[in-house]
Design a protein around this ligand. Sequence first.
Ligand SMILES: [Zn+2]
Length: 337
Amino acid sequence: MSWDRIRGHAEAKNTFRSAFASGRFGQSYLFVGPEGVGKRLFAHELAKALLCERPPAPLTACDSCPGCAQIEAETHPDFITLRTPEGKHELPVDEMRAFCARLSRKPSRGSRVIGVVEDADDFNAESANSFLKTLEEPPPGAVLILLATGTDRQLPTILSRCQIVRFRPLSSGDVAAVLAVKGIADPSRRDKLARLAGGSVARAMALDDDAIWQVRETLVAGVTADRPNFPKLADAWARFVEEAGDDSAGKRTRASVVIGFLVDALRQSLRLALGANASDIDATEESRLRAFAQRHGPDRLLELIEKCVEADYRVERRVQLILVIESVLEQLTKATK
Ligand SMILES: [Zn+2]
């Protein structure tokens, strides 16, 4: 059954099942959670369950009827998705208008139309406003689902008209299980990726790339060096981010993955400063981290970890990435007093 493809998110599943069973199914939902935890898959499976033509149980898709097949292929006439076009950073108002127009048409196959705004973080004032009317009075039978990383980028008028469904980071076990489905065969590799992925499959997949480990080496070695070369490090990090091309979510993931590596190295360094053993690192790196720890001391290391965590938050909030990169490196390469 299609729900089984979704790892974790038991709370969200229960919300929809009980709403459906009690006839209180809403028309507008805002899914909120970090990138790569399965919001999009959840929305697609929910649409399938709602549009299935031979449901074996309430709100359950059969995965074999023409309706289910068309959703899988994204060709179902009553399943409409809206994404930010490649290379753009905002949802264009004309595409938003076309999306709303399609939602207001009569369903072709059943009694519902499901519309998913996959990049609700990317509303601009114009596209948000043009969507409001549809959100205020959804066409009969329409179900609207908005996918966003946080509530703080949404207009209050949008928030007040949607039921908010929270998606939390997945457990490492769930991430590893998804990686197995995605074809990563080596269990120890899966575990390592899952451990570093912070509950996000997208992040784990991004980590499954040798280029990332090279960047890690360059940055961790560079930052902990006696005399860090700020321009060289900023350039290496920025180039790595730019390699994601037009994919702005990909760029943010890459920037954030590097911050994760730095935080990990700082934590190891802090452990060494406090006299504990560093886990999982080789001898060369251990001696670099130990020297770094001696130069900075535990208080400063804690402060640096905090700065990195703040920077990661700014990446998520879409601050210009080069500014985030430079501010992190400026902190980390500052000479000790
Ligand atoms: Zn079906």
